[in-house]
Ligand binder design. Structure first.
Ligand code: SF4
Length: 174
């Protein structure tokens, strides 16, 4: 298992059950316990989407949770990653085709990591979390690079403006 590169701050997880049977949730709780201790990867379980970097979803999306899921995702700041945890979150699983089941999570929000299984084993969840950390790191670097390029472009634009005002650059005659 390849460990994710070092991050400047601990990524915070938001766990959301979109409508599952709680089997996968129990496995997530096992990951947080002393046996697996997922926090050793620097991840903290939180309850606030505005402070979260990783959205960990269990269960299929239902008619009742669909809007809430999209809203929670929208409230999370960039960069962020989404993990679909368990067969239900990936495809709808055993609930697929039921009157109240809308399907897998990726029907409504982008998913970065799929963790299969019913219920998912703690080792699989940890593997998914490690993958998510690597993706989060890449997204963070891409965002930093984009901010740096924007700042450079702004600086260049300001310099050109200043030279125009100083008369160093003449407007092209047509
Ligand atoms: S994948 Fe299995 S254990 Fe997990 S929520 Fe669905 S039915 Fe329950």
């Amino acid at each position: 298992m390849k460990l994710a590169p070092y991050r400047k701050k601990s990524p915070w997880i938001l766990h959301f059950n979109a409508g599952g049977c709680n089997g996968c949730d129990i496995e997530i709780l096992a990951c947080l316990g002393p046996k697996y201790d997922i926090e050793r990867f620097g991840m903290i379980n939180t309850g606030n989407p505005k402070q979260s970097d990783v959205l960990l979803i269990t269960g299929p999306v239902t008619k009742r949770t669909r809007e809430r899921l999209v809203e929670i995702y929208a409230q999370m700041p960039e960069p962020k990653v989404v993990i679909s945890c368990g067969a239900c979150a990936c495809t709808g699983g055993v609930f697929r085709g039921m009157y109240n089941c809308e399907g897998g999570v990726d029907q409504f929000i982008p998913v970065d990591v799929y963790v299969c299984g019913c219920g998912t084993r703690p080792e699989q969840i940890i593997d998914g979390v490690v993958q998510a950390l690597g993706i989060l790191e890449k997204k963070t670097r891409a965002m930093e690079e984009s901010v740096r390029l924007k700042k450079e472009a702004l600086k260049e634009g300001e310099q050109i403006n200043r030279r125009h005002v100083a008369g160093e650059i003449k407007p092209a005659l047509t």
